[in-house]
Write a protein that binds this ligand. Structure first.
Ligand code: GDP
Ligand code: MN
Length: 389
């Protein structure tokens, strides 16, 4: 989950790393108000979850509230780096002396946090990474030890900084690391970390991405941030999210209901392998089988769905418990479309008996056969109806 800049900066500021004063605006009048409150020259920054806004014209400067309003009007409603601009951030302008770069991110190679620092920050940092990697100091961290200010000072040893700057930057790195840990981030990148003309350090930009798997650990923060992100999902995807189900709407006509993300993707692959087209990703693993009815309703609400394959594989998860949920849901919703079953693993005998007795359908012995039957049924539902197995 990519945080809008102003949310990321609020977290930095709360943790003790100064950021420019500022506020967000959704229209020109609000922008003028924000600029007036700030007084003096302001930066007007498109709030889109992408880098390179500076080069794409998404970061502008205004001397008066009127100019700020005009720039906001210009940016709002257009798109920057492929994202629609729904809000702008207005901030007091900073007189920059130096632009530094600082980041902490998940590093696959060292399987832990990696801290990066460069005195060559600013909008050309990608080029620095590519052409002058020696300008970027890097250190893989032991997550059990984190990053102390002392360790950060040691990392900064080779950097072209005076003693006061080194101390301040070390403290900033430790703060960035703390934020990275506290919000379970995959990335916290401050660029530029500016030294202003008075020698003060300030985060002028921040990209923060939270590990999606950590969202349940930060419900309040996620809610605040999500309400500020452009809503990209379809109507059905939003409904699924509200139900606590993970659903992705696709273009095909074969609905998929399987337990666990791995088996769901396998089922989708098998559908594609036999030249079918899955209509959705929807997993009801874990305790989500208790949501069988809303899950089934969701899958069936997609008007493209013409058949459904139910694929359960039990190890710790019991297929009879999952099947009971789905069978009850089918009894309740009485869908018209053909449904095929493949059920294997823990509890399969009971599960298969349930499907036979209560739905009068015969589960397939092999997943492939259940998938092929569902594909054929999607092509010709009338021929397939009532002839499962
Ligand atoms: P990005 O291009 O998406 O990374 O957007 P940034 O927020 O990093 O802004 C791009 C560039 O605009 C920065 O590298 C700075 O050089 C400049 N910039 C941003 N805010 C200010 C500011 O308050 N004062 C000045 N002088 N420059 C700024
Ligand atoms: Mn930046």
């Amino acid at each position: 989950m990519d945080f809008p800049e102003h949310h990321a900066k609020r977290l930095l500021a709360d943790a003790g790393l100064p950021v420019p004063r500022g506020g967000v605006a959704a229209d020109a009048d609000e922008a003028a108000d924000r600029a007036r409150e700030l007084g003096g020259a302001v930066a007007v920054k498109a709030q889109v979850p992408a880098g390179g806004r500076g080069k794409a014209g998404g970061v502008r400067f205004a001397d008066t509230p009127e100019q700020a309003a005009a720039l906001a009007a210009e940016l709002l409603g257009t798109s920057v780096a492929g994202f629609p601009v729904e809000r702008v951030l207005l901030e007091e302008c900073v007189d920059i002396r130096r632009e530094l770069y600082a980041a902490v991110l998940n590093d696959a190679a060292s399987r832990g946090p990696l801290v990066l620092f460069s005195t060559e920050g600013g909008i050309d940092i990608e080029e620095v990474h590519a052409t002058a990697p020696e300008q970027v100091l890097r250190r893989a961290l032991d997550i059990r030890q984190g990053l102390s200010e002392a360790a950060a000072r040691e990392l900064l040893e080779p950097a072209d900084l005076d003693a006061g700057e080194r101390r301040a930057v070390a403290a900033a790195l430790a703060t960035i690391y703390r934020v990275y840990r506290e919000v379970d981030a995959e990335l916290v990148e401050v660029n530029p970390l500016a030294i202003d003309v008075d020698g003060e350090l300030r985060a002028l930009d921040c990209k923060l991405s939270m590990d999606d798997g950590a969202r349940p650990r930060h419900p309040e923060l996620v809610e605040q941030v999500a309400s500020d992100l452009p809503d990209t999902g379809t109507e059905l995807e939003r409904r699924a999210r509200d139900l606590g189900l993970f659903y992705i709407e696709l273009d095909g006509d074969v609905g998929v209901l399987a337990n666990g993300a791995g088996l769901t993707m396998t089922t989708m692959d098998v559908i594609s392998h036999y030249d079918g087209a899955p209509a959705n990703f929807l997993e009801i693993g874990g305790d989500a089988y208790t949501k069988a009815t809303p899950a089934l309703r969701l899958a069936l609400s997609n008007p493209k769905v013409r058949s459904l394959v139910v694929n359960f594989c039990g190890a710790f998860a019991r297929t009879d418990v999952m099947t009971e949920g789905v069978v009850s849901a089918i009894e309740e919703l009485r869908p018209e479309l053909p449904i095929t079953f493949s059920i294997h693993g823990t509890g399969e005998d009971e599960a298969i008996a349930l499907v036979r007795e209560r739905l009068g359908l015969e589960p397939f012995d092999h997943m492939d056969d259940a998938v092929v039957a569902a594909i054929e049924a999607a092509r010709d539902p009338a021929a397939a109806r009532g002839s499962s197995g």
